[in-house]
Design a protein around this ligand. Sequence first.
Ligand code: FES
Length: 106
Amino acid sequence: VTITFVEPDGTEKIIEDAVVGESLMNVAKDNGVEGIWGDCGGGCACGTCHVYVDEKWQDVVGKPDDIEEMTLDMVTEAQQDNSRLCCQIQVSPELDGVRLTVVPAE
Ligand code: FES
């Protein structure tokens, strides 16, 4: 599955071999994507895996659940409609080609 992360400096990191079932935070970390720290280890608690989902992918990726929404409210001022914590998104075949912009932690 191919995932594109746009790093804070605009660099596109294209990862072509993301494994189905992995969290996107782990995929990003394994591939050294700048700006994704995953400080809480994927517990939906730190907000250091914040991304904006490309507009045309929003329906496929879906919305944050209540807990994720709460974390986003707490940890970031930069929250938008298309904000997600990427530790809460699992790689799936449907996500092939998805594009995410890394939001640097504040
Ligand atoms: Fe901490 Fe996603 S890794 S919220």
